[in-house]
Structure formats: C-alpha cells, structure tokens
Design a protein. Structure first.
Length: 517
C-alpha cells in the first residue's frame, strides 16, 4: 500500500522535470541569442537611461507603463547593461513562474494532472508561431501577476472576508503597470466574486461578495496609487499619464492584418481552441460544481480578446494574453481525455494523435525560432560603425523607428525620442503610404528635440529613411534637414541608412566620407 503513493509521487516529479526541461528547450534559442529580441530593444534603451540616472518619459520616451521599465532597469542594474543572457534568463524564470501559477489554479479547481497540463500548454503555446514571441515583452510580463491574482481568487475558501484578495488586486494593479490591457483582466475577476453561483458554492451572502469585491478593488487601487506617488515624486506624473494613457488612440484599424493573424493564431493554437470549445459545450461532470469558475475563465478569455484587439494593430505578441485562459479551459478536458476517463468524439482527439500534434507543434515553433533568430545574431552595420568610430561618451540620434541601433552602438541617445514617432506622427501597426500623418505630430516635440540637442549634442545622426520612396524622408522635416545641412556631413552609408557626423567632431578628419558596404 505504501508503494503506490511513492510511485505516483515519483511520476509526478518526473512530469514536472520534463515540463521544465521542455520549456527550457523551447526558450533555448533566446537563451543563446546575443541580442535584444524585437521590443526588448525599446524597453532596454529606456531602462539603461534609468540605470544611468535618467527618468522614463523625460529622458527616454516609450509608451509602456513605468513598472515595465523599472523591471528591465532592475535586471540591468544587477547584471549590467547590455546583458542579454541575463534578460533572457529572467524571461525563462518569468515563464516558469506563470506556469507554476497555472498549475496551482488547475490543481485547486481539479487535480494535479490538470494543473500540469495547464502549465504544459502555457510553456508550449506562449511562444506561438513567430520568434518575436520569445521577447520579454509586455504581454509576457503582465501574464505572471494576472495568473497569480487569479490563483489567489480561485482558491477554495469559505471565509467571509478573504483578505488575501487585497494581494490579488495588488497583483492585477502591478499587471496594469506592466502593460495597459492587463487592467481588463480585473473585470471578470471582480464579476466572479459577485456571481450568485460563487456565493452559493461558498455559502456567502450578497454583502459578503460585495465586501470581497471591494477588497480586490482596494488592492488594485493601492498598487496603482503607490506607483502614482512614486512617479509624482520623480516629477514625471504628467508625462507618464500622457504617454501611457492619453497618447493611445486608434487612428487606423488594420482589418486585413487582424483577420490573417487571428486565423494563424487559431491554427497554431488549435489544440487549445478545441479544448476551450469542449469546455463551453461540456454537459458532463467535468465542470460540475465549478460553474462560477468556468464562467469567470470564459470572461477572462473574452476580456483578453478585447485587450488583444483594443489597439487595432494585431501584433502577434498581443495574442499571448489569450494563452492563460485557453490553457485553463482546455486542461481539464485533455486531463480526462489522456487518462481515458472520457472517449474522444473524433479520431483527431485520440490521445496518440494529440501527443503527436503537440510534438509537431513544438518542433514547428522551434524551427521558426531557431531560423528566425539565427539570421539576426550580428549587430546592425550602423551600430558596428558607430561603436568603432565614436567614443563611449558620445551621444547619437536615430531618425527612424529603430531603438536597437543605440544598443548595437552601445551609445546613449541624444534625445528623449528614442524612436521618432512623436516627430513624424507615425501610426503603429504597419506602413500606410497613402496616409499623411503630419497632423499627428506631438505638439512641442520638435522644440523638445532642439532642447535635447542643445543639452546633449549628437556626435552622429543616423538617417534610416534615406532610401527613395520611404515614408519620412528628412527633406520633409525642415528643422532636421537644416540641422544636417549646416552642422553635419555624411560619412558612411550602411545597410540601414546614412550616417552623418557633426562637423566639429574631433575624429572627422581621420575617417572621412566613405561607404561601409
């Protein structure tokens, strides 16, 4: 009799170890990658400015909430700037932390096997399709506190007050301070606490539910309020509100892109989608006694879908926020399917077929990740040139939407505009050649640029819009065109664009105009 639990315990430990090793293998391309991945570049430039004594939204502008930049800055403060291995190792640990939260939810609602399957699904599908989803971006960051907030709230408890909901609310506030769409994840959780089925399952009164929802809300407001006080003390409250909230309109809806990316997501994550559909159609005992929890998870799925579509830009990484609710909805169905508690309704859902399906999915994703990152291991030509021909104290300015150039060159920006969308009115989501975006230029941005240049004169300016037919050629912006004509001269043409050096720069005579191609 004593051998059975020991054997099961050993099986469980092997399963946990296998899932962890699989997750490490899936993220191995990022762990070995010596560069920032996609949006990590923008966040890293801001974080490095913080480490060097600057402030977000003042010394380096990006439109994400402050906690994201502080997280990056903390990593670089400990591990050193430009330490991409450390950043990607933290991303791995962050992923495993989210998986642990999903395991806790699955175990609490069902059993250990269901929890393990939910964690497995997240480890496989969080990095769906493109190598860019290996990035330590906002969606990945916000998923961890969201998942643990839900783990706290879904815990079985008949207590009337449930003070732990304050911590859940604070975690949801932290998620919002990592990426704005996370705030919507608090809505279905608050509704869950008010559902009649929730009260019935826990023998609560309506007033008990209202008090618990109030505790959750208080935790959310406390987290947001604390950070608000911090950024107010730093003197950046107005700028933080503008760039994180006010500057987020929807000037264009990329319908065609949205349809294509949504179909690709549904195809790539079809096992999760099928599992969620089965949870929706479930008439058996799988969700018996858990009606409120199933309703809440479908609410989280709907809220996450709204969050993914809210910006109307439909970037693939926006869909990462859909993975936790899909994994939690699909896991109990597959747990019973793989234990042969229920019979598959179709040959496609036979255990052997689904195992092979998951294996092929992991293989396909891994091939895309390895090949996608493998062709991007070398820093940009412009970055290499600047690293060689400038001194570490020099400031540079990049005319274009490429913050990575600053990192490739290991040089600090000469302006707060680490990408130039405030100066051009660029619409995020994709090129719109027929749209004139000059009416979207942020008022006062060009005056700010000149003030920044007066404070930190750029030794080099890199024009990434130098090719014919580009959206924002320098000639369309008289202030920059005049500055280049009077105080700079071209010294190199790289794959990315033309590099200009300031006329009075001390080493100009030594290298002169030349081509790097």
């Amino acid at each position: 009799m004593m051998g059975v639990p020991t054997h099961r315990s050993r099986q469980f430990r092997f399963a946990v170890l296998g899932i962890i090793l699989l997750t490490v293998a899936i993220r191995l391309p990022s762990l070995l990658y010596p560069q920032p991945i996609d949006s990590e570049a923008m966040y890293s430039v801001v974080a490095n400015e913080i480490v060097d004594g600057g402030r977000p939204y003042i010394d380096a502008i990006e439109r994400k909430p402050p906690l994201l930049f502080w997280t990056y800055a903390a990593i670089f403060k400990v591990a050193g700037e430009f330490n991409w291995k450390a950043l990607h190792l933290v991303a791995l640990v962050w992923t495993l932390g989210a998986m642990a939260g999903l395991y806790v939810i699955g175990r609490e609602l069902f059993d250990r096997n269901t929890g393990l399957i939910a964690a497995l699904f997240y480890g496989v599908f969080q990095h769906w399709w493109t190598w860019k989803n290996l990035s330590f971006d906002g969606e990945m960051l916000m998923n961890l506190p969201i998942i643990w907030a839900w783990a706290i709230a879904l815990r079985r408890s008949s207590a009337r007050l449930r003070p732990e909901l304050f911590a859940a609310g604070a975690l949801l506030g932290a998620a919002f301070l990592l990426k704005q769409p996370a705030a919507i994840a608090a809505v279905p959780l608050g509704i869950y606490l008010l559902l009649p089925s929730y009260r019935t399952s826990r023998s609560l009164t309506r007033m008990n539910s209202i008090i618990q929802a109030a505790i959750l809300t208080a935790g959310f407001l406390a987290a947001v309020g604390l950070v608000t006080i911090v950024i107010w003390k730093q003197g950046i409250l107005h700028e933080a509100f503008y760039w994180t909230i006010a500057d987020h309109d929807v000037p264009h809806v990329f319908w065609q892109k949205g349809i294509v990316i949504t179909l690709v997501f549904l195809g790539a994550c079809l096992p999760l989608v099928i599992g969620a559909i089965m949870a929706c159609r479930d008439k058996s005992e799988i969700w018996a006694g858990r009606t409120a929890e199933r309703t809440a998870l479908f609410g989280l799925l709907a809220a996450s879908a709204i969050g993914a579509a809210a910006g109307a830009r439909f970037y693939p990484h926006y869909y990462v926020q859909l993975i936790p609710p899909l994994a939690l909805l699909a896991a109990p169905y597959y747990a019973r399917l793989w234990s042969r508690t229920i019979q598959p309704p179709h040959w496609l859902l036979r255990p052997a077929v689904t195992y092979a399906w998951l294996g092929l999915t992991v293989t396909a994703f891994s091939i895309e990740h390895w090949t996608g990152l493998g062709t991007r291991r070398v820093p940009s030509e412009a970055g290499r040139y600047l690293s060689t021909h400038s001194s570490p104290d020099d400031r540079i300015f990049v005319w274009g939407q490429s913050a990575k150039t600053y990192l490739d060159a290991h040089r600090r920006p000469a302006s707060r505009y680490i990408t130039t969308f405030p100066l051009t009115g660029n619409i995020f989501g994709g090129p719109l050649p027929s749209v004139d975006t000059r009416n979207r230029i942020v008022p006062g941005s060009w005056e700010n640029l000149l003030q920044d240049f007066a404070k930190h004169p750029p030794a080099y300016i890199i024009d990434l819009y130098s090719e014919p037919g580009v959206l924002y050629p320098v000639q369309q912006f008289p202030i920059l065109a005049k500055l280049l004509a009077e105080h700079f001269q071209p010294v190199a043409r790289t794959e990315e664009g033309v590099i200009y050096c300031r006329n009075d720069y001390r080493v100009l005579a030594h290298h002169g105009p030349k081509s790097n191609r």
